[in-house]
Write a protein that binds this ligand. Structure first.
Ligand code: HEC
Ligand code: HEC
Length: 383
């Protein structure tokens, strides 16, 4: 009896074997082309990935090189990273972006952290669903010029003749006869973007990790405000990625809503100033006027200025806008009372907020900053 007790039980041995198998499974997965290792944060589902572009570590690595390569612009002056800077959660700190030639975009650059989960891409285009398609817009678009590439103008020959790229393309697309194509460039960029999955903020350590001391008491009170019915923030910025425009492998193809938050109400027929009129730009349906995607609020404290056109400078300003149930602009071409925009979402009704409440809400939003992703070498410039 005593001797049996001292020997490892069969159950223990089985568990030990499983634990060892589990450990060795991770590096093996990373190396294999079939099984990409996502290393997903707690609470995060598997992202949706198009069947034609399965994730591989080799494509991610190629995409990272392309993302940071200014040779991929008309004059060698800009890359994706010019407007999507890692240290700013892949935004650019500007109200509206400037392209390689200096031409201004009409919109503010968006964060790319957890973009793999975005059900629709850009501020207001319900049809733009794949990162592969979206990448072609900054590459080749001319309204406005972002990277300013013209198909066939120098950039593919550069890629083809660069020894570094030769090796990277061979590993990423071993089966292709002609690997150096725009399609493959887009696939690699998309794979890199999908790999930027992160949730290592103090709030994540507190909420998912059970570390009660990770956030302040003020942030905890702010969390309660954020999820309360009066403020309703969570109704549009809910879920693990703090946006209702979220999709994952298990909810692929899900339809999402765009919202008019009463930022503008200019006189005349169209209440939002051109060219940023929201989903209306694509549908020409008056019901879509001023409707934009609710962006993720992860890392929001470092991605100022805010809104599709960068027209609110600070988080305090954003909270004033919501507390008033829409923004009032007193004078100038955009003058108007956003509160009265006929298309405004009924959740944007306004609410009273004490000075302490305001500070608490901001402390909560600040707890969503993930310092680790801002410095993670896997997402940094490889050149
Ligand atoms: C000139 C600055 C600029 C450059 C260069 C640029 N972007 Fe962007 N990016 C933007 C702006 C502005 C938006 C918002 C566009 C809109 O709403 O129409 C955006 C939006 C995006 C989005 C949508 C994110 C979301 O949450 O929906 C993705 C993805 C993206 N860019 C990827 C890229 C890639 C890949 C490159 C390089 C091939 C690139 N960008 C180059 C400024 C830029
Ligand atoms: C009806 C849906 C809805 C509700 C409710 C809502 N938001 Fe938003 N939020 C949006 C949309 C849509 C945008 C983008 C609007 C635009 O640019 O025109 C946005 C933008 C923001 C931004 C700026 C994001 C960026 O990247 O520039 C912040 C910050 C924000 N909301 C915080 C909040 C807070 C805090 C609350 C609660 C007080 C809240 N939101 C309630 C839909 C909503």
């Amino acid at each position: 009896m005593r001797r049996v007790k001292q020997l490892p039980t069969p159950l223990f041995l089985a568990l030990l074997t499983l634990a060892m198998l589990d450990r060795t499974a991770v590096p093996a997965e990373q190396d294999s082309a079939q099984e990409y290792s996502w290393n997903l944060p707690k609470g995060f589902p598997k992202p949706q990935v198009p069947a034609g572009n399965p994730m591989t570590a080799a494509k991610v690595e190629l995409g990272r090189h392309l993302f940071y390569d200014a040779r991929m612009s008309v004059n060698g002056k800009a890359s994706c990273a010019a407007c999507h800077k890692q240290e700013l959660a892949f935004t650019d700190g500007r109200a509206v972006s400037a392209g390689a030639t200096g031409q201004l975009h009409s919109r503010s650059a968006m964060s790319l952290v957890n973009v793999a989960y975005s059900a629709a891409l850009t501020w207001s285009d319900p049809q733009m669903k794949n990162l592969e398609d979206q990448a072609l817009v900054p590459m080749f678009g001319d309204r406005p010029v972002e990277l300013g590439l013209r198909k066939g103008d120098g950039f593919l020959p550069m890629v083809r003749s660069d020894p570094k790229y030769q090796a990277l393309f061979e590993r990423a697309f071993p089966a292709d006869n002609d690997r150096f194509t725009v399609n493959n460039v887009a696939k690699a960029l998309a794979s890199f973007e999908r790999s930027i999955v992160s949730a290592r903020s103090p709030y994540d350590r507190y909420h998912y990790g059970g570390d009660d001391g990770a956030v302040s008491d003020s942030a905890k009170r702010g969390e309660i405000l954020f999820f309360n019915q009066h403020l309703s923030c969570f109704r549009c910025h809910g879920g693990f990625n703090f946006t209702d425009a979220t999709v994952s492998a298990s909810s692929a193809g899900r339809k999402i809503e765009f919202h008019n938050t009463g930022l503008y109400n200019i006189a005349g027929g169209l209440s939002y100033p051109a060219p940023n009129m929201g989903a209306y730009e694509h549908s020409k349906n008056a019901a879509d006027l001023g409707k934009f995607k609710a962006p993720t609020l992860r890392n929001i404290a470092i991605t100022a200025p805010y809104m599709h056109d960068g027209s609110i400078a600070t988080l305090e300003g954003v909270i004033d806008h919501y507390a008033a149930g829409g923004r009032t602009i007193d004078s100038g071409p955009n003058a108007g009372i956003g509160h009265d925009n006929p298309n405004k979402d009924r959740l944007i009704a306004g609410f009273p907020l004490s000075r302490q409440d305001r500070a608490d809400l901001i402390a909560f939003l600040e707890s969503l900053t993930d310092e680790a992703v801002l410095h993670d070498p896997r997402f940094a410039n490889p050149w």
